[in-house]
Design a protein around this ligand. Structure first.
Ligand SMILES: Nc1ncnc2c1ncn2[C@@H]1O[C@H](COP(=O)(O)OP(=O)(O)OP(=O)(O)O)[C@@H](O)[C@H]1O
Ligand SMILES: [Mg+2]
Length: 239
């Protein structure tokens, strides 16, 4: 039995595990190895930050973990389930139910109300109207933007929009929340507030969080920091 087989046997005890995860992009005939045999696992309820220089593969990693893109080789196991072994419908279902994604630029739908934006992943998951409405309003209240429910996202400040995006990420009670520079578009004070909410929700709801950030002060206030360089894990330190 190889060390990987051994690790795989224990995969279900982790929220997430990667095995030799690699991504090679083809950029006009030039191969770019954006991720190179990355192995790590994240405990349930852990808050991990991912740091590293620009181009080191942070977003590539998060996009693979969130099943927004496919690896060139290697595996991702979420709750012990090998994500890319599944067919595309099943991958979409895993993404919808197990993963919440928070983007730097919020990615809210401006044609829909704040409430509808938050409810959307639950609508896709066929959660009944009453239940999803209750979940969305509870989250909007917890995130301090309940009074914005019936407005559209483009009338909100950046910090308010990111709070709505956090509510949307949590509506289906995911195993993992992935956040790619969630405070990158916010001023220092607002960024700290949004990060503080993520930390509180991580503790309250035991949701696992993986956050990419360039902010070293925030990066250090978590359980573990993974530093990438040239698509590889350079260092892992306790926060
Ligand atoms: N779609 C793509 N096609 C080709 N190359 C890509 C693509 N996306 C990323 N890359 C390359 O892969 C490498 C890793 O990029 P990635 O976006 O993951 O870095 P990053 O760590 O998130 O950087 P930043 O801190 O600037 O956001 C870089 O060399 C980048 O140019
Ligand atoms: Mg990036």
């Amino acid at each position: 039995m190889t060390p990987y087989d051994d690790a795989l046997q224990h995969a279900s005890q982790y929220a997430l595990m990667t095995v030799s995860l690699s991504k090679v992009y083809d950029s006009n005939g030039v191969q770019v190895r954006a991720l190179d045999n990355v192995d790590f696992s994240v405990d349930r309820g852990e808050f991990v930050s991912v740091v590293g220089p620009s181009g080191s593969g942070k977003s590539t990693l998060l996009n693979l973990l969130g099943a927004l893109d496919r690896p060139s080789s290697g595996k991702i196991l979420i709750d012990g389930v090998d994500v890319f072994k599944a067919d595309s419908d099943e991958i979409a279902r895993i993404r919808n139910l197990k993963i919440g994604f928070i983007f730097q630029s919020y990615n809210l739908i401006n044609r829909a109300s704040v409430l509808k934006n938050v409810e959307l992943p639950a609508i896709i998951a066929n959660v009944g109207k009453e239940e999803r409405n209750k979940r969305a309003l509870t989250l909007l209240e917890r995130l301090g933007v309940l009074d914005k429910s019936n407005t559209t996202p483009n009338t909100l400040s950046g910090g308010q929009q990111q709070r709505v995006a956090i509510a949307r990420a949590l509506i289906n009670n995911p195993t993992i929340v992935l956040a790619d520079e969630p405070t990158g578009n916010l001023d220092t004070k607002t960024g700290s507030e949004v990060f503080g909410l993520l930390k509180e929700l991580n503790r309250e709801q035991k949701v696992t969080v993986i956050m990419v950030t360039h902010n070293h002060e925030l990066a250090s206030q978590v359980d573990r920091i993974i530093r990438l360089r040239d698509g590889r894990i350079e260092k892992v330190v306790a926060g």
